[in-house]
Design a protein around this ligand. Sequence first.
Ligand code: SF4
Length: 462
Amino acid sequence: MIQTEICDNMTRNAPKRIYIKTFGCQMNVYDSARMIDTLAPHGYVAANTALDADLVILNTCHIREKAAEKVYSELGTIRRLKAAKTRGGGQMIVAVAGCVAQAEGSEIMRRAPCVDLVVGPQSYHRLPDLVARALHAGNTQVLDTSFPAEPKFDFLPETSAPGGVGAFLTVQEGCDKFCSFCVVPYTRGAEYSRPVQQILDEARRLVSYGVREITLLGQNVNAYHGTGQDGREWRLGELIRALAELPGLLRIRYTTSHPRDVDEELIAAHRDVPQLMPFLHLPVQSGSDRVLARMNRRHTASEYRRIVERLRAARSDLALSTDLIVGHPGETDEDFQATLGLVNEVGFAQAYSFKYSPRPGTPAASAEDQVPGSVKTERLAALQLLLAKQQRDFNNACIGSILPVLLEKPGRHAGQLVGRSPYLQAVHISAATDMIGTIVPALIVQAGANSLAGSLAETEPR
Ligand code: SF4
């Protein structure tokens, strides 16, 4: 009751400005947008810089190396801005959200007294109340890193217009896989899938705002098992088919998937649903069965190969992207050669590759057979050489073909637009701005490491 009154007071006051700095993956980008949606009814509008803001939120990610240290360094800058603002008679609430907030919790408050509020990824629907408490708490810091029994999606307001042709839509959160190197099961909690109806409603709203491509998000998106309108449990393939029925939705993608959760229904969706793009991010992490077992990945290299074969049999133009880690504890030269072998065999259009680095609290972090840094550096360089060649070859092979390109926004040069190919490559093309939001056939005439250049083609793409 008290909290509601405080919230009402927030609404009655003049507009307040919010600045969110987002680190990490698309799921955090989605969460940041939803945080603004949550606070907008309480009088908050977006600010361009932290200095202009009454509320600064760092929406953090724990995946990369030294993630927490980067947050503390960022907080050093925010502390100085807050002090300057306070000296000028203003007020600034500083909040830390996301996975580092979940993992570090009260440690953040201890090390960074300028922080007023720490909120975990499953609690940000409570931001209006938490911010109100922080505003009235004086020097007391507010912490909410609980995993609430109620799913936050039931409490978030309707999505606002994302202001572009493409949008993210979180359908699933959390993970029960517990890979040896990963913090997600600890920071995001157990797997949760949103009900089908909620997702369809959000997708319909996005399309009404002009969105033409939706990327379905989840830490383990193809573990999706939400309740359908018929009361049954729907898997991702069935959800994709329902989304494809929405008029105006031209393209569907999903990320990040796990090989173990690629089921027949999903493979059939790749075969049957033209809106589902033939580009799949399917992390493999290693090509060695021994390392995959140490990673607790629950699949072997041959199982991964078989899944790729089945997907390609269903959709012959399917291209793949993947994640790879080199130097996981216990990885030998022979294991690493197996990774190179798998990459050579499968062939990736794109990939993210990293040196293993320990995340506190994960099983691999305490393993005794850590691989020396110099070995990891050497292996990563060799792997990235191969991956860069595969990406170059894939892009070069597009030259001379006609690809359907969804035009997204103006390019850097006058008269130029930038769009996306089915394979997520940026494509630069001369076209009128009123064509933004449409799919055009583009003859690809040039390929770079990360983008293509094309011209409008007269024939429809095959
Ligand atoms: S499946 Fe993905 S999110 Fe889940 S523990 Fe493994 S790497 Fe982390």
